[in-house]
Structures are given as C-alpha cells and as structure tokens.
Design a binder for this molecule. Structure first.
Ligand SMILES: Nc1ncnc2c1ncn2[C@@H]1O[C@H](COP(=O)(O)OP(=O)(O)OP(=O)(O)O)[C@@H](O)[C@H]1O
Length: 483
C-alpha cells in the first residue's frame, strides 16, 4: 500500500533534509530538460504572427533591455505552440526557461510545466502570508536568477495578487526595482476562457481580481494572435467560435446561445440520447480496443464530475475486453460519527480524486490526476493508454514530448481537495487515474481534440464555458452537442 510523507511521522530535521534533497533533484531536472525533436520543429512551423512574436520575445531575452509581455489570443490561435517554440529554442541552447501555468489542469500541456504555486511558492490565499516563500540565498532563487525566460500561461485565470507577489519576488531576487526585476516574462491567456477566478463570483468580481486591474497590466507589452490554427480548415466554425467567445453571437430572450443545427443532437430521453451521442463520438470503440497503435483523441465534455462518472461507467462497460477493477482504501482525516464509515467514504467523488472503484481495460484511455514526475512526462492531465495490470498499472503516454514512453503508475494516497466544501476531508489510496472517455470542460482546457461530444445536462453557467468546450474542436463536423 502506498504511503505519504506524513505517514512516516518524520522529525522536522529529517523532513527539512528530505525537502532540501527533493528540491535539489527538481532543480537539477529543470536544468536538464531534454528538448524533443517535435518541439524543436515547431520553430519552423510558426505562422507570420507567431514568428513576429517569437523574434520580438527572443530579442528581449538576449538583449539587455528586457520586456514583460502579454500574449493574447482566442482559443486555438497557437499561444501554446508559440511558447513551445520559445522553450525549445532557449533550452536547446542550454539556457533555462521556466514554464508556469495557473492551474494544475494544464501543467501537462507545456514541456516542464509546473503550477505557479509549486514553481515560485506563491501563497494561494491571503491567510498564507503576503510574500513568496523563497529565500534569496536558496537554490530555487538561483534557478530563477539564471532563467532567461519565464512563461506564465493561463495568467487570465490567476488572481492579480498572485502576479503582484511574483513581481515582488523577482525584484527581490534580482535586486532590481524594475517590473519583474528586469527579467523577460511572458504572460498569456484568453479572457474569453476565464471560467471562474473566485468561487461563485460574478463577472465584475472576477474582473476586479484579475490581472487587467493590476498596476502591472500597463507595463506589459501586448502581443495579439488572431488566426485560429486549430479550426483553420473550417473558417465558418472559427468565426462562430469567436462570436461565442466575444459574446456577440445572437442569443434567445433567455440569453441562451443557439447551437447550429448540424452540431445539435436532439434530446429524446436520457438513455437513448446518451447512446446516440456516445455512438457518434466513439463509433470505433472496437477498433480502439483491438488496435493498440490507434491514436485516441476524442472525449465527451460535461459540466459536472458526477455526470462525467456516469458516462465513463457506461463507456468502460461497452469497451471490449476483460475488466480490471481496483478498489481504493479510504480513511477520514477527521474523526467524528458518520464519516468514520468507510462505505460512506467510498461513495464520495470529489474533483481531482480517482473513483473508489477504478474500472480499467487493456487499451482504454486514462488521465493522470497528479504530478508524479513532470520532468519524465508524468504530470496532472497527462493522457495514457493502459497496457498491463498488476501491482502497478503499466501504461503508455499518448501525446506530447514523451509520447510512446511506457510508464508504471503507482498506488498513492490522495487527499480530498480542501476547496471542495461539499465533501468531507478524507484520504483515498488508489491509482491516480481517471477514465478519459468523458471529462469536465475545465479539464479539457488547453487541449485540441479530434472529436468533441458536449453533453449539457444542465445549462452551462457562462458563455466562457461553452466557448472552452466548443473551441477544443477543429471543425464543426467533429462536434456534437446534446442539450
Ligand atoms: N503554426 C502552427 N502550425 C501548425 N499547427 C499549429 C500552429 N500553431 C498552432 N497549431 C496547432 O493548432 C492547435 C491549437 O494551438 P494551441 O493549443 O497552441 O492554441 P492555444 O492558443 O494555446 O489554444 P487554447 O487557448 O485553446 O489553449 C494545436 O493543435 C497546435 O498544434
């Protein structure tokens, strides 16, 4: 059974030594990131807009006058593609470039990507103090000092205070009062895709806490990408997406956006409509199970976790092959009455945790739920195909720089999220995996999918969420929406 550091009841001195060694390993890995041929090849593929941005940013990196940038572009305009080209160029010259994202969901999309919290120890909320927890003499500070470029993707999802603390940290480490201590920093994102910055916040509350309201905003040189590279083969679809994202698509009297007829799957009843949608998206389920070389890049997107589990259960039952079912070991983190009951804990399904009953089959697609080893390609959000089952799950990485690599996923203890107030705090020991037939819209951010099924079992709470979901697809013919 896997254990966490806390299970060993280590003394403070041991814990400090362990943390120090762990950090040293992480820094060493960061300094030695291997650039894949695929990432290097992105440099020659940049479109005109990306090329101009690429050269402008590189001249800031190598000149003495450094600039901070904001790369703005609707979904699919190749922001990530541009970052990958920049990271590949700088790292291939044996320099350090740090890739940061706001949310753990998107860490796997950038090579060597880590959350801002784990990279720069930025406090996540006000209770944790006002500055980043990094001393000027530490090896992390030295790494930051040595970095030629720092990229922070999805900065539109970050609270401005976090970015202001990051600015203070860089000024302190660099002993330089210029913005970001005179370092070349790129922020990027798409305000149309901002799902929620504050829990249950209204649009104006979200704007108030976002980067645009910070004094830093005016210091950022804006770079705009406009060509939708994801949907470039379907210009009408691309224009429709932009109207949805900009809030200019015509709405009904109830402020609802009409889904074009070709995309819409009419609702008859729950069971038959789900069958229609799943058959459309996964028409080749038998081929997927039989041919372990087939790239699987499709998913059904939904608004809520419990709906996702329902669809995943239906599809794993349909997926041909023998089932392997792993049962988790669940323990409460607080001791009181009802929550002591393990059977009750088994029924809980908070976000970011694997299910109590993890049903898998050979060649089915799963998503990793934790950063096990980002420098070796195992990040939160990494997509894998299950190959063999034993004490570990043997799986193959499907996309990105580590594609085709065989990895072993261990059993680990995972705690329920602290920001999920509907759940009881507990620890689940399970493989950190979830089936990938269906996922929440939130989890799909940053991805490009060959086929998207969208099941809106309840109204999406914002145009932004609808926009994120639809804009994962490349053409209108490869999107189906069931309402
Ligand atoms: N210059 C290019 N040549 C070929 N393909 C490209 C180019 N730029 C982007 N793409 C492809 O277009 C798709 C979308 O690109 P990317 O994910 O970088 O966009 P994005 O702006 O980061 O999107 P999102 O905001 O939705 O995360 C990807 O499949 C990417 O590989």
């Amino acid at each position: 059974m896997g254990k966490s550091l806390g299970d060993f009841h280590l003394t403070d001195i041991f814990l400090q030594t362990f943390t120090h060694e762990w950090e040293t390993m992480e820094i060493e890995a960061e300094r030695n990131i291997i650039v894949s041929k695929e990432d290097l090849s992105t440099i020659d593929q940049l479109n005109q807009e990306q090329k101009i941005a690429y050269h402008k940013i590189l001249s800031s990196v190598y000149d003495t006058t450094s600039t901070a940038f904001f790369v703005d572009g609707p979904g699919g305009t190749g922001k990530t593609f541009l970052y990958r080209a920049l990271l590949a160029k700088i790292r291939s010259q044996k320099h350090i470039a740090l890739a940061t994202v706001t949310s753990g969901v998107t860490t796997s999309i950038l090579p060597g990507g880590k959350t801002a919290h784990s990279h720069f120890k930025i406090p996540l909320n006000d209770d944790e103090g006002k500055t980043c927890n990094i001393s000027k003499q530490s090896s992390i500070a030295q790494l930051i000092k040595d970095a030629k470029l720092i990229i922070w993707d999805d900065a539109t999802m970050a609270e401005r205070k976090a970015i202001e603390r990051f600015d203070q940290l860089l000024q302190d480490i660099m002993s330089n009062k210029e913005v970001f201590g005179g370092k070349t920093v790129i922020f990027g994102g798409d305000f149309r895709q901002t799902l929620s910055v504050i829990v249950k916040g209204k649009k104006n509350d979200m704007i108030d806490v976002s980067l645009v309201k910070s004094h830093i905003w005016n210091h950022l040189e804006k770079i705009h990408l406009t060509e939708n590279m994801r949907a470039r083969l379907d210009p009408d679809f691309s224009s429709y997406l932009l109207r949805v994202g900009n809030g200019t698509e015509i709405t009904t009297n109830q402020d609802e956006i009409k889904i074009p007829p070709g995309i819409n799957v009419p609702f008859i009843d729950d069971a038959s409509s789900i069958t229609t949608l799943t058959d459309m998206v996964f028409e080749d389920l038998y081929n997927m199970a039989a041919d372990n070389t087939l790239p699987i890049n499709k998913a059904i997107l939904m608004t809520r976790n419990d709906f996702v589990h329902e669809i995943n259960d239906i599809l794993i039952d349909k997926f041909p092959g023998d089932e392997k079912c792993y049962l988790s070991f669940d323990q409460p983190l607080e001791s009181s009455g009802q929550i002591q009951n393990e059977d009750f804990l088994h029924t809980l399904m908070p976000k970011g945790l694997p299910p109590h009953q993890l049903k898998l089959k050979k060649n089915c697609l799963v998503m990793l739920l934790r950063n096990i080893n980002p420098t070796e390609g195992l990040s939160n959000g990494t997509r894998l195909i299950c190959r063999e089952f034993g004490n570990n799950v043997q799986a193959e990485i499907t996309f990105g720089s580590f594609a085709k690599k065989i990895v072993f996923i261990p059993l680990i203890p995972l705690e329920s999220p602290t920001d999920d107030f509907s759940s009881i705090p507990f620890k689940r020991t399970q493989f950190p995996l979830r089936l990938y037939f269906a996922m929440t819209i939130n989890k799909a951010q940053g991805q490009t999918l060959d086929y998207v099924g969208l099941y809106l079992k309840e109204h999406v709470f914002s145009h932004g969420q609808l926009y994120v979901a639809l804009s994962r697809a490349k053409t209108a013919t490869n999107v189906k929406v069931l309402i």
